[in-house]
Unconditional design. Structure first.
Length: 157
Protein backbone atom coordinates (compact mmCIF):
# COMPACT_ATOMS: atom_id res chain seq x y z
CA UNK A 1 0.00 0.00 0.00
CA UNK A 2 2.78 2.37 0.93
CA UNK A 3 4.60 1.68 -2.37
CA UNK A 4 1.43 2.36 -4.35
CA UNK A 5 0.99 5.72 -2.57
CA UNK A 6 4.61 6.59 -3.21
CA UNK A 7 4.29 5.69 -6.90
CA UNK A 8 1.14 7.79 -7.25
CA UNK A 9 2.90 10.73 -5.57
CA UNK A 10 5.97 10.40 -7.83
CA UNK A 11 3.75 10.13 -10.90
CA UNK A 12 1.88 13.26 -9.82
CA UNK A 13 5.13 15.19 -9.39
CA UNK A 14 6.34 14.04 -12.82
CA UNK A 15 3.09 15.14 -14.45
CA UNK A 16 3.39 18.58 -12.86
CA UNK A 17 7.03 18.91 -13.92
CA UNK A 18 6.31 17.72 -17.44
CA UNK A 19 3.47 20.18 -17.86
CA UNK A 20 5.63 23.02 -16.55
CA UNK A 21 8.33 22.20 -19.10
CA UNK A 22 5.90 22.23 -21.97
CA UNK A 23 4.80 25.79 -21.37
CA UNK A 24 6.27 28.81 -23.09
CA UNK A 25 9.22 30.27 -21.19
CA UNK A 26 7.49 33.63 -21.09
CA UNK A 27 5.17 35.87 -23.00
CA UNK A 28 5.57 35.95 -26.75
CA UNK A 29 7.19 39.15 -28.01
CA UNK A 30 4.89 41.33 -30.02
CA UNK A 31 5.90 43.06 -33.21
CA UNK A 32 9.38 42.97 -34.63
CA UNK A 33 9.07 39.56 -36.20
CA UNK A 34 12.74 39.51 -37.14
CA UNK A 35 12.54 42.64 -39.25
CA UNK A 36 15.80 44.14 -40.43
CA UNK A 37 16.43 47.25 -38.28
CA UNK A 38 18.15 49.09 -41.12
CA UNK A 39 21.52 50.50 -42.14
CA UNK A 40 22.18 52.47 -38.92
CA UNK A 41 21.92 49.29 -36.81
CA UNK A 42 24.04 47.44 -39.37
CA UNK A 43 26.73 50.14 -39.09
CA UNK A 44 26.75 49.73 -35.30
CA UNK A 45 27.10 45.97 -35.61
CA UNK A 46 29.91 46.37 -38.14
CA UNK A 47 31.82 48.71 -35.82
CA UNK A 48 31.63 46.06 -33.10
CA UNK A 49 32.65 43.20 -35.40
CA UNK A 50 35.65 45.09 -36.73
CA UNK A 51 37.06 45.30 -33.20
CA UNK A 52 37.47 41.53 -33.08
CA UNK A 53 40.95 40.01 -33.37
CA UNK A 54 39.72 37.85 -36.26
CA UNK A 55 39.22 41.07 -38.22
CA UNK A 56 42.16 43.09 -36.92
CA UNK A 57 44.82 40.36 -37.12
CA UNK A 58 43.63 37.45 -39.26
CA UNK A 59 47.18 36.31 -40.02
CA UNK A 60 48.07 36.12 -36.32
CA UNK A 61 45.26 33.84 -35.15
CA UNK A 62 44.45 30.20 -35.74
CA UNK A 63 41.58 30.26 -38.28
CA UNK A 64 39.69 27.65 -36.28
CA UNK A 65 39.36 30.16 -33.43
CA UNK A 66 37.27 32.42 -35.68
CA UNK A 67 34.49 29.97 -36.52
CA UNK A 68 31.81 31.69 -34.42
CA UNK A 69 32.94 35.09 -35.65
CA UNK A 70 32.69 34.02 -39.30
CA UNK A 71 29.28 32.46 -38.66
CA UNK A 72 28.01 35.85 -37.42
CA UNK A 73 29.13 37.44 -40.67
CA UNK A 74 26.66 35.38 -42.72
CA UNK A 75 23.81 37.56 -41.51
CA UNK A 76 25.87 40.71 -42.09
CA UNK A 77 26.21 39.92 -45.78
CA UNK A 78 22.42 39.51 -46.10
CA UNK A 79 21.67 42.71 -44.20
CA UNK A 80 24.18 44.59 -46.32
CA UNK A 81 22.56 43.26 -49.49
CA UNK A 82 19.17 44.48 -48.21
CA UNK A 83 20.65 47.93 -47.59
CA UNK A 84 22.33 47.87 -51.00
CA UNK A 85 18.97 47.20 -52.68
CA UNK A 86 17.56 50.32 -51.07
CA UNK A 87 15.06 48.37 -48.96
CA UNK A 88 15.19 51.09 -46.30
CA UNK A 89 14.25 53.99 -48.52
CA UNK A 90 17.69 54.63 -49.98
CA UNK A 91 18.93 54.22 -53.51
CA UNK A 92 20.40 51.03 -54.90
CA UNK A 93 24.14 50.85 -54.20
CA UNK A 94 26.22 48.77 -56.61
CA UNK A 95 29.42 49.08 -54.58
CA UNK A 96 27.73 47.79 -51.42
CA UNK A 97 26.13 44.97 -53.41
CA UNK A 98 29.56 43.93 -54.68
CA UNK A 99 31.17 44.19 -51.24
CA UNK A 100 28.39 42.17 -49.57
CA UNK A 101 28.60 39.46 -52.24
CA UNK A 102 32.38 39.30 -51.72
CA UNK A 103 31.80 38.89 -47.98
CA UNK A 104 29.25 36.15 -48.58
CA UNK A 105 31.69 34.38 -50.93
CA UNK A 106 34.56 34.65 -48.42
CA UNK A 107 32.36 33.27 -45.60
CA UNK A 108 31.26 30.41 -47.88
CA UNK A 109 34.88 29.67 -48.75
CA UNK A 110 35.86 29.60 -45.06
CA UNK A 111 33.09 27.09 -44.41
CA UNK A 112 33.72 25.13 -47.61
CA UNK A 113 37.43 24.81 -46.85
CA UNK A 114 36.47 23.45 -43.40
CA UNK A 115 38.45 26.13 -41.59
CA UNK A 116 36.39 25.96 -38.38
CA UNK A 117 36.81 23.80 -35.30
CA UNK A 118 33.73 21.73 -36.13
CA UNK A 119 35.41 20.64 -39.36
CA UNK A 120 37.55 18.17 -37.43
CA UNK A 121 40.91 19.49 -38.57
CA UNK A 122 40.74 18.42 -42.21
CA UNK A 123 41.89 21.79 -43.47
CA UNK A 124 44.82 23.60 -45.08
CA UNK A 125 46.13 26.13 -42.52
CA UNK A 126 47.71 28.41 -45.12
CA UNK A 127 44.58 28.47 -47.27
CA UNK A 128 42.39 29.05 -44.22
CA UNK A 129 44.57 31.95 -43.05
CA UNK A 130 44.27 33.51 -46.51
CA UNK A 131 40.52 32.93 -46.48
CA UNK A 132 40.28 34.62 -43.08
CA UNK A 133 42.21 37.58 -44.54
CA UNK A 134 39.75 37.64 -47.46
CA UNK A 135 36.86 37.66 -44.96
CA UNK A 136 38.44 40.60 -43.12
CA UNK A 137 39.08 42.53 -46.35
CA UNK A 138 35.51 41.96 -47.54
CA UNK A 139 34.10 42.99 -44.16
CA UNK A 140 36.17 46.18 -44.28
CA UNK A 141 34.75 46.96 -47.73
CA UNK A 142 31.20 46.36 -46.49
CA UNK A 143 31.78 48.62 -43.50
CA UNK A 144 33.23 51.36 -45.69
CA UNK A 145 30.23 51.27 -48.03
CA UNK A 146 27.67 51.12 -45.21
CA UNK A 147 29.26 54.13 -43.50
CA UNK A 148 28.71 56.10 -46.72
CA UNK A 149 24.97 55.37 -46.88
CA UNK A 150 22.90 58.52 -46.30
CA UNK A 151 20.91 56.72 -43.59
CA UNK A 152 24.17 56.23 -41.67
CA UNK A 153 26.29 59.24 -42.60
CA UNK A 154 23.48 61.78 -42.56
CA UNK A 155 24.61 63.07 -45.95
CA UNK A 156 22.50 62.92 -49.07
CA UNK A 157 23.86 61.34 -52.22
Amino acid sequence: MRIRTLLVAVAGVLVVLASACSREAGPMPSGGGGEDPGPAALATKLRALTEDVCYRSPADIDPTACEKYVTQLGSIAGSAQDAARGEHGGEDNAALTKASKNLDKAVSTYNGEQCGRSAGGSRDDEACTQTLQDVADALGDVQSEVEQLPEVSGRSR
